[in-house]
Design a protein around this ligand. Structure first.
Ligand code: GLN
Length: 200
């Protein structure tokens, strides 16, 4: 399988390390051509404003949107913001996931925290690392909520799109990456078929 990581800014190296540890060679994505033939893409945490500015400079914004309509994408923290259809107080970027989010809703860097999460039907305990995380305020009917923290959704799925407001790449626990690789493998097996239909 060929898995890409958006590598304009932010925590892409940590995801690359995790994928390598799981036996998948990561491909760093910095231009539209880098998306060709990928089976899935990770949008890492970092600063969503910087990523959207950089992506807008070489047409990567449009290519990412087209990619996410037909292939698995997992947005982490800033990446979740990039996926959202609505972002409080600003224009959405990719607009692919039917949810409304508020940036930096958990406070500043020093208010970062770790919370034990139960991921629905998948993982009983997972250490959720939250760093200047966005809060998901609303979700549409196509969005499944796989984990919550204090009632707010923190892990969401819409067809082949995943979003987490926490950072699995910082834990040394590869189970959420494993889940994403499963989604990508299924998408690859069913390319053009049912796996992607739920996303439309
Ligand atoms: N606060 C960042 C943003 O709004 C996201 C933080 C993160 O990715 N850890 O883009």
């Amino acid at each position: 399988m060929r898995i890409g990581i958006l590598a304009l800014q932010g925590a892409f190296a940590e995801h690359a390390q995790m994928l390598s540890a799981l036996g998948t060679r990561p491909e760093l994505v910095r231009s539209p051509a880098h998306l060709d033939g990928l089976d899935g893409l990770i949008l890492p945490g970092g600063e969503s404003t910087s990523m959207r500015r950089l992506a807008g400079q070489n047409g990567l914004d449009i290519a990412l949107r087209d990619f996410g309509k037909i292939r698995p994408v997992w947005g982490v923290c800033a990446g979740l913001i990039l996926l959202a259809a609505k972002v409080e107080g600003e224009e959405p970027f990719l607009g692919l996931m039917d949810m409304c989010v508020a940036r930096n809703a958990y406070g500043r860097q020093r208010e970062s925290f770790v919370h034990d999460l139960r991921i629905e039907g998948l993982v009983p305990h997972f250490s959720g690392v939250f760093i200047r995380a966005p809060r998901v305020l609303e979700t549409g009917p196509k969005v499944e909520i796989l984990a919550r923290q204090n009632g707010a959704p923190v892990f969401l799925r819409q067809g082949c799109l995943l979003a987490t407001s926490f950072h699995p790449e910082l834990t040394g626990d590869g189970r959420v990456h494993g889940l994403f690789l499963d989604v990508c493998a299924k998408g690859r097996a069913e390319a053009g078929g049912g796996a992607f239909a739920a996303q439309e």
